[in-house]
Design a protein around this ligand. Structure first.
Ligand SMILES: *Cc1c(COP(=O)(O)O)cnc(C)c1O
Length: 832
């Protein structure tokens, strides 16, 4: 068992974690809702039980059936004991999860003849809120004071009533008064019932139902949140309040004694025990048996829940102190913590081991949670962000009015997307939660992480840093195209255009770039390296002579399939695709937008990719092939970001947050593109990459290859003729590019995520370059590298330059800043 005083609790935990869970090494696990951290021992013990005893289906006289019935009865009793509940006063109904328990109570109230009144506290989980849809009348209590005042008025409007609230908010861990159940019973004289949602509370703190007169009528639990395994919930019913279920209409499986259905409709429900009437269908027998093993393991490891309660309270207080003390160099606090004013960290009566917060930058602006989560993922820190299934608590803490939430919804804000700061307010929060398995080390490494990436130590500079704007503009073109890459299959490896080969530029991007993608057979969603890093080892190449894409597998994938290579014709021969009439229905999705793709019907092609990646997938092709003169009408439209961005100038101080500069008007113009995520073409600069790699290497990290950025064009300074001419990040100021004889518009900087950390030779995940990018290229809380680019078609559609625009490796590159566009009359005429 884990030792008592808290230094050795930590030490014993560390040892236990190291021994039993080597995969946790280097991971900071701070999402304890539904933890499976200590399930391993339970599963081993459960497997032992299952393989050495014969358990039959209950309801028969055989020994094996009797054994099952006996075990389940004992476990029911044991679970009541866990809550100090007397079986005389309480019954246990096993359900799938806490939500199913809540719905069972709802069923009973919905079937009351007169309908029912439903009240719930603002801090409730969505599962509790949903009950209102079945109520004749409902009310959301926005404060504890309102609840108290309502309890004290003894009026009820005649309907049977149910009041529900969480014992602990799953949002910020705040604990609500348990005496409400008693007060409601005594003031409302039995006309009002109470439903306590104990799903969050019980994972770290005991609940005592020792006195049935003061206990809630209905209490729901998520057993997996306490024990990690099995996936099971329970509804604890105070027997004196069980009459409510008499009106429940549904019956099924084992809950009924006799049913007449031919010619006459009649049934008799089981009358003895509440649980017999309410457990519809076959019980989750094996899960219930596993619960017994889980309770044994939990008790042996941790002893009584009080110890977990004290341990986690101590850690949460440390976390709260650590995060609240983080300040930027100018004195502003970095964390806005959503603590209830009535609660106190360290006090287990008012506060559970959860801290909910948002981060602010040194200017007082909000940091995007999506960015925090990306960095946390790279650093192996597991946290939860977003709406946290607690809409009332989140809206109150973030001060979001209903109209704002609806408007945000219409503006595309959904749980879990990138668009998480709207109208200068965050739309969700960050939650760290601690559990029985958390250690001091988890707390300090998280605080350190926030300090390292989100605290700006230096006082704000009073003068803006020197930027390249002050440097003399180059008088002659000093750049050239170092390489051109295309990605025939979205998210797979790059193919380099051979030097000297003129490559066609189309309105939607470079020829053959992201024409194909792999789609999941089940969901139709396009696969990406973020989830399937091995896609980096799928290496397509374009063979214009034979008119095919040749696809080979590299690295570890070479042994996955007997087929060394497949080829797919470049021409979109309709016979290759599954029923052309059907293709409109097979909608692949890229970044949330729907696109229509044709699926290759060849089972060899599907098998090749499915075996390589270990997921059932199909090759798909974007339907229309356009050219500069006959644009594709159905192409998706680019979403180059409209937001402002900032520029660090020549200096790259870790954590630097320089001044803001707006992008020029016209940015974010919608452009058609194929399957690339953001814009037709992505351009990066060699000297910026070199600068980035210098910083990475100085910190002992692994330098990044150009391929990880999914760039199409790498431009580099001509260092032979002008040594020392490197201008890292000069592209931040470019507005147009002339490459060879073609003109391009820069649409804006490219926002980055942790996908840049996948090594394109081995498909392994690294921390770099995202960690260093986050420190050197984070502006407005977002990480940028490279520029979205699109081709500008020539005015004179009859000229060969317009009819077949091409670029090649080695072409000279001439950048134009906004104010320089007028220096080139051709460019001037194209853009004015
Ligand atoms: C997790 C949770 C729920 C939902 O529990 P399930 O077992 O997933 O149905 C409800 N309320 C609170 C407070 C929770 O934390």
């Amino acid at each position: 068992m884990v030792e008592d005083d808290h230094g050795s609790y930590d030490q014993a935990l560390e040892e236990f974690r190291g021994r039993e869970y080597p995969m946790l090494q280097g991971t900071t696990y701070l999402d304890h809702a539904g933890t499976t951290l200590y399930a391993k021992s339970t599963i081993e013990r459960f497997a032992q039980d299952m393989t050495s005893n014969l358990y039959g289906n209950p309801h028969s006289a055989s020994n094996s059936s009797q054994l099952t019935t006996k075990r389940i009865e004992n476990i029911r009793l044991r679970l009541l004991g866990f809550l100090n509940a007397d079986p005389e006063d309480f019954d246990v109904v096993f359900v799938a999860n806490a939500t199913a328990g809540i719905k069972l109570v709802m069923d009973a109230f919905r079937d009351q003849e007169s309908g029912f009144w439903y009240g719930y506290h603002r801090d409730s989980h969505t599962s509790v809120i949903g009950v209102r849809e079945a109520a004749a009348k409902h009310h959301c209590f926005v404060s504890d004071v309102e609840v108290q005042q309502w309890i004290d008025q003894s009026d009820c409007d005649g309907l049977p009533g149910l009041f529900a609230y969480p014992a602990q908010s799953n949002m910020n861990g705040r604990r609500l008064p348990l005496e409400w159940s008693r007060r409601i019973r005594s003031k409302k004289h039995g006309a009002m019932y109470s439903l306590l949602d104990a799903a969050a509370l019980l994972s770290t703190t005991p609940l005592d139902l020792g006195d049935s007169e003061t206990s809630p009528d209905f209490t729901v639990l998520s057993l997996y949140k306490i024990f990690g395994f099995p996936d099971l919930g329970a509804l604890i019913i105070r027997k004196k309040s069980g009459g409510v279920f008499d009106t429940r209409r549904y019956f099924g499986g084992g809950t009924v004694e006799m049913v007449v259905c031919v010619r006459e409709q009649w049934h008799a429900k089981k009358a003895d025990m509440l649980h017999e009437r309410l457990e519809d269908g076959t019980l989750p027998i094996h899960s219930i048996m596993a619960l017994d093993a889980a309770m044994n393991v939990h008790e042996e490891l941790f002893g009584p829940l009080e110890r977990i309660s004290n341990h986690t309270a101590r850690l949460a207080a440390k976390m709260y102190e650590g995060l609240s003390s983080l300040r930027h160099g100018n004195g502003l606090t970095a964390c806005k913590i959503y603590k209830d004013p009535t609660s106190k960290y360290g006090d287990t009566k008012t506060q559970g081991p959860i801290v909910a917060f948002n981060l602010r930058n040194h200017q007082g602006g909000w940091v995007s949670n999506a960015e925090v989560e990306k960095l946390a993922a790279v650093k192996s820190i597991q946290i939860r962000t977003g709406g946290l299934c607690n809409p009332g608590g989140v809206a109150s803490s973030l001060d979001l009015a209903p109209w704002e939430m609806k408007e945000n919804f219409s503006a595309g804000q959904r749980c879990g997307n990138d668009n998480d700061i709207i109208r200068a307010k965050p739309t969700g929060m960050i939650r760290v939660s601690l559990g029985a398995m958390s250690t001091q080390e988890d707390v300090s490494s998280f605080v350190k992480f926030v300090r390292e990436f989100f605290v700006h130590d230096f006082p704000s500079p009073t003068t803006p840093p020197v930027t390249s704007l002050t440097a003399e503009p180059p008088t002659t073109s000093i750049l050239h195209v170092e390489s051109i890459s295309i990605y025939p299959i979205k998210s797979c490896a790059a193919w380099s255009v051979p030097p000297g080969q003129a490559w066609e530029v189309r309105r939607e991007g470079l020829a053959w770039d992201r024409e194909w993608c792999l789609v999941h057979q089940g969901t139709g969603a396009a696969l990406s390296q973020k989830r399937y890093p091995k896609m980096a080892l799928i290496r397509p190449s374009i063979d214009l002579e034979d008119g095919v894409v040749r696809i080979r597998l590299g690295g570890a994938l070479q042994t996955t399939t007997p087929t060394a290579e497949i080829t797919v014709p470049l021409s979109a021969d309709p016979r290759l695709f599954s029923d052309t009439e059907l293709y409109k229905d097979s909608t692949a999705r890229v970044c949330g937008d729907s696109i229509t793709a044709k699926i290759y019907k060849s089972s060899e092609i599907s098998a090749f990719f499915s075996q390589a990646l270990g997921v059932a997938c199909q090759l798909a092709r974007f339907p229309a092939v356009g050219s500069a003169t006959s644009p594709v009408t159905s192409a998706r439209h680019s979403k180059a970001h409209l937001q402002k961005y900032q520029k660090a100038g020549g200096m790259h101080i870790p954590g630097a947050f320089p001044n803001t500069r707006s992008l020029a008007p016209g940015y974010g113009v919608s452009k058609p593109i194929l399957l690339s995520n953001e814009s037709p073409i992505l351009t990066i600069s060699r000297s910026s990459l070199n600068r980035l790699n210098e910083v990475i290497k100085a910190e002992g990290g692994k330098a990044a290859q150009a391929e990880v950025f999914r760039a199409n064009i790498v431009v580099a300074e001509n260092l032979d003729s002008l040594p020392g001419a490197e201008q890292p990040y000069a592209e931040d100021d470019w507005r147009y590019l002339q490459i060879g004889q073609q003109y391009f518009e820069m649409l804006g900087p490219c926002r980055r995520c942790q996908m840049v950390c996948i090594d394109q030779n081995t498909a392994e995940r690294n921390q770099e370059p995202f960690v260093t990018l986050s420190k050197t290229r984070r502006f407005d809380g977002r990480v940028y590298f490279g520029e979205h680019t699109s081709h500008i078609a020539a005015n004179d559609a009859a000229s060969p330059l317009a009819q077949n625009p091409t670029i090649a490796v080695g072409d000279t590159v001439r950048p134009y800043r906004e104010e320089e566009a007028g220096e080139d009359s051709e460019l001037q005429s194209l853009v004015s």
